[in-house]
Design a protein around this ligand. Structure first.
Ligand code: CA2
Length: 142
């Protein structure tokens, strides 16, 4: 059984509750339910969201210790700021896909830089929640 983690960073617990024009109307709980429905067999999905950088870093280390097969991460705004999150991903040596719901390149310039992307296999940005599904599918196939 493969084990894949879906990590969400700061403010993504507000998904579906604010700014629906950017992030849509589905909540994080809706996303989790849809992913579990889409991938019912052969994979254990673990979901984790935190507004705290250290909690995300601790979780990444734990995923490495527990020998996860892949990680899907939407680091939220930490994507653009966190050397520590990048170091955690690099240190974990886990196949990781970075996902952004919005197209970060169509937004403010400070969102155009991802410090975490170089620690990932690929980045999916602007596909809405579909990006998470594509990322899990890819990690299961490789
Ligand atoms: O497009 C994405 O997925 C982002 O990672 C979302 C982050 C943003 O800082 C990144 O630049 C791009 C923001 C997450 C905030 O999510 C909210 C969702 C609903 C309501 C309010 C915030």
């Amino acid at each position: 059984m493969k084990k894949i983690a879906i990590l969400n960073g700061p403010n993504l617990d507000r998904l579906g509750k604010r700014e629906p024009e950017i992030y849509g109307r589905a909540t994080l709980a809706d996303l989790e339910a849809s992913l579990r429905t889409e991938f019912p067999n052969g994979v254990e999905l673990e979901f984790f969201q935190s507004n705290h950088e250290g909690a995300l870093i601790d979780r990444i280390a734990s995923l490495a210790d527990r020998k996860f097969d892949g990680v899907v991460i939407n680091g939220g705004a930490f994507t653009h700021t966190s050397v520590a999150l990048r170091d955690a991903l690099l240190g974990a040596h886990l196949p990781t896909i970075e996902v952004h719901i919005s197209n970060i390149y169509k937004r403010e310039e400070f969102r155009h830089t991802s410090l975490t992307a170089p620690a990932c296999i690929a980045v999916i940005t602007g596909l809405g929640l579909e990006g998470y599904f594509a990322a899990v599918r890819f990690l299961l196939k490789r």
